[in-house]
Ligand binder design. Structure first.
Ligand SMILES: [Zn+2]
Ligand SMILES: [Zn+2]
Length: 291
C-alpha cells in the first residue's frame, strides 16, 4: 500500500507549498510586472552625464544661488557655504576681549585675556568653550532661522563657519567623539529636530569624528532659560542630563547652539566628566546676560 507522503515525513516542503498554492483560489491582486526604468537611464553614461551637466548649468543660470541670510545672488555654484562674503564676515564678529575659558564677552578692552568672574570662582568642568561669534546681527538671525524657521541648510553653513574659525582649536583638542546638547523627548517632538545635532552631524562628517546621540540624554524637561537670571538658570538645569549608553573615557566635543550663562554646558560637561570624559565646547553663538 502506498503511504501518504505528507504523513510519512518524507514530503518535500517546497513541493508541498507549490501544491497548496495551486489549490488556492486565484489571487485578486494584479500580477507583478517588471517596472520600466526611467527613460534617461537607457542612455549610455557617455551621453547621459554630459546631458545632466548641461542641464545643471542651465538651471544654475536660471536659478542662481542666493545668500541664505541677505538673499543677494551668489556667483558661486550652488552648495555650501550658502552665505555671501559680507554675511559670513559679519557672523564671525568677535568681542574686543573675552574670558579665556568660557568666551564670556567683556565690556572693557583694558585687559585682553583673563578669566571671567564665574570661571574664577567656579571653574567649569570643560577645558574651553568657543563660539563662531557674538549672538548679534547676522549670526543671531542665522541661528534663529535654523531654530525657528526650519532653514536646515544653515546647519551646514554654520558648521563651515565654525570650522573656518575654530578648526585649529578643535584639532589641537583632538576630540574622539562629538556630542550635541540633547533636547528632552517632549521638546524634540514639539520642534521636530535638534538644531545642535544637525550642526554636530556636519562637523562629524567634515572632521571624520563619530557623533554620539545615545550617550548623553536629557532626562528631565526644563522650562525656557531665556527669562531666568544666572542662579535660576543653574538651578533650572540641575540634574537634567544623565548618561544612557556608556562610552569608555574619551575627549568629547560638546556642541551647543547659543551659550549665554554656560549653565547648560556646565551641567552636560559635569555629567560627562563624572563618566571619565574630557570635554571642550563649541557653540554657534555666544550671548551674555550683561549685554
Ligand atoms: Zn548675505
Ligand atoms: Zn569664563
Amino acid at each position: 500500500m502506498r503511504k501518504d507522503a505528507r504523513h510519512s515525513g518524507t514530503v518535500d516542503p517546497a513541493k508541498s507549498c507549490v501544491q497548496d498554492a495551486q489549490q488556492r483560489p486565484s489571487h485578486p491582486l494584479r500580477p507583478l510586472t517588471a517596472r520600466k526604468p526611467f527613460a534617461p537611464l537607457f542612455l549610455p553614461p557617455t551621453v547621459l552625464y554630459p546631458l545632466l551637466r548641461s542641464l545643471e548649468q542651465i538651471l544654475k543660470q536660471l536659478l542662481p544661488p542666493a545668500c541664505l541670510l541677505c538673499g543677494i545672488k551668489l556667483n558661486a555654484l550652488p552648495g555650501p557655504p550658502y552665505l555671501c562674503p559680507e554675511c559670513a564676515r559679519a557672523c564671525v564678529n568677535q568681542p574686543i576681549a573675552a574670558c579665556a575659558i568660557c568666551a564670556e564677552p567683556f565690556r572693557s578692552a583694558s585687559v585682553i585675556s583673563h578669566w571671567c568672574g564665574q570661571c574664577t570662582t567656579s571653574p567649569p568642568p570643560f577645558v574651553w568653550l568657543k563660539a563662531i561669534g557674538l549672538h548679534a546681527e547676522q549670526l543671531q538671525y542665522a541661528v534663529h532661522q535654523l531654530k525657528y524657521a526650519n532653514q536646515f541648510q544653515l546647519a551646514e553653513a554654520l558648521a563651515l563657519l565654525l570650522l573656518s574659525r575654530l578648526r585649529s582649536d578643535i584639532v589641537a583638542f583632538n576630540p574622539q567623539n562629538i556630542i550635541p546638547v540633547p533636547l528632552h523627548p517632549k521638546r524634540l517632538c514639539l520642534r521636530g529636530f535638534n538644531q545642535s545635532l544637525l550642526v554636530a552631524r556636519h562637523l562629524g562628517t567634515k572632521l571624520d569624528i563619530p557623533v554620539s546621540t545615545r550617550h548623553l540624554i536629557r532626562t528631565r524637561p526644563t522650562s525656557s532659560q531665556t527669562k531666568l537670571n544666572l542662579a535660576q538658570r543653574h538651578q533650572n538645569i540641575l540634574g537634567a542630563f544623565s548618561i544612557d549608553v556608556p562610552l569608555p573615557p574619551r575627549r568629547i566635543l560638546l556642541v551647543d547652539d547659543v551659550v549665554t550663562t554656560t549653565a547648560t554646558c556646565r551641567e552636560c560637561a559635569k555629567v560627562l566628566s563624572h563618566a571619565g570624559h574630557q570635554v571642550a565646547v563649541v557653540a554657534l553663538s555666544r550671548a551674555s546676560l550683561q549685554h
